[in-house]
Design a protein around this ligand. Structure first.
Ligand SMILES: [Zn+2]
Length: 350
């Protein structure tokens, strides 16, 4: 009986163990089946997952980048960017470099074109080196109303025979004024000098462009000199070595009158001796524009001064009656008569 029970128990244990092993075997086999199924599924799902990931990356990355607002292109007609002040450049942080670069990226297509140089004026084209050595100089703007456009530096006038007549010092003038001066020298002064047996050889420039009031009076109206539209001349040199001083009374009157006629026919304003106290030693020419084209020609051509000043009494002629001698207590009265007599004798000389 005891053996049967032991055998039964051993058989039971064996059956139980076999059953557990069987169960375990089934579980292992099921796990393998599932793993194989998963591998099969993985082969088909993995590409889908990768594709989905790429789609998500595109949607959130590239698509979002498309939505970042970019600066609008700078219009062509926009004014040129003002350069920031030096201190701003120094204190500006380095961070904004990237947006700045993005903003200036289209610069090659949108940069404002540089202002083109103005076309040369008709005067500039006409005032060739066959007429004058007169290079253009930059326009002058200010101070105040001073300055002008289309300026030249008149260095010399070229005569028809090719000789150069230097303007000393060179005169800064508007082109139109320089051209008129050149014409005056080439025609009128050449004819005048020819009558004196010579040719012009130099112009004594007393003043050209200068920012000042009329006659250098503070607060006066702006002189034509301040507009580079006037020239003051003291003298004209001839190749013979003679210097014709335009306001010198000892120069032949005919020569000075010839100059007067020539300049008053050309220039809008001529001021010389007798016009005011500012033009006794030079003559002023300008091309002032006035209403109705009014012109001013005020230059008194003086005669040479007399050798004897007219205010001095003439010498008493020998045939004159003797003076009444002063005598007695009325001497003082006699002195007065003598003085009156001398005054009467001097009167014809005034
Ligand atoms: Zn002047």
């Amino acid at each position: 009986m005891g053996l049967r029970l032991a055998a039964y128990r051993a058989g039971y244990r064996l059956a139980a163990t076999t059953s557990r092993l069987s169960v375990n075997f089934i579980a292992v086999r099921e796990f393998r089946n599932r793993a194989a199924s998963l591998r099969r599924c993985g082969k088909t799902i993995l590409p889908l997952l990768v594709a989905a990931g790429l789609l998500l990356f595109w949607a959130t990355g590239v698509g979002a980048a498309d939505r970042v607002p970019l600066p609008r292109p700078r219009p062509v007609e926009a004014p040129a960017r003002a350069a920031p002040p030096a201190d701003a450049i120094v204190s500006e942080p380095a961070e904004p470099a990237e947006p700045e670069a993005a903003e200036t990226a289209p610069a090659p297509a949108l940069a404002a074109p540089a202002p083109a140089a103005p076309a040369p004026s008709a005067c500039r084209l006409a005032l060739t080196e066959a007429l004058a050595i007169a290079p253009s100089v930059p326009p002058i703007h200010g101070p105040g109303a001073c300055g002008g456009e289309d300026l030249v530096r008149l260095e010399a006038v070229v005569l028809p025979d090719g000789r150069h007549v230097p303007v000393k010092p060179a005169a800064t003038l508007r082109c139109a004024m320089a051209r008129e001066v050149a014409d005056w020298v080439r025609t009128d002064l050449v004819a005048l000098a020819k009558g004196l047996g010579s040719v012009p050889a130099g112009i004594d420039n007393f003043d050209a462009y200068e920012c000042r009031g009329r006659n250098r009076v503070v607060g006066a109206m702006l002189s034509e000199h301040g507009k580079a539209n006037a020239l003051d001349v003291r003298a004209v040199a001839l190749a013979s070595g003679k210097v014709v001083s335009l306001t010198d009374r000892t120069e032949p009157r005919a020569v000075r009158e010839a100059v007067l006629r020539s300049v008053c026919a050309r220039f809008a304003t001529v001021l010389g001796p007798g016009s005011d106290w500012y033009h006794e030693d030079h003559v002023h020419f300008d091309l002032a524009e006035r209403r109705g084209g009014m012109r001013i020609c005020h230059w008194d051509v003086y005669d040479p001064l007399p050798a004897v000043a007219p205010l001095l009494p003439a010498a008493r002629p020998p045939e004159a009656p003797p003076r009444i001698a002063a005598h007695g207590p009325g001497g003082a009265a006699a002195d007065g008569e003598e003085a009156a007599e001398e005054e009467a004798g001097a009167a014809p000389q005034q």
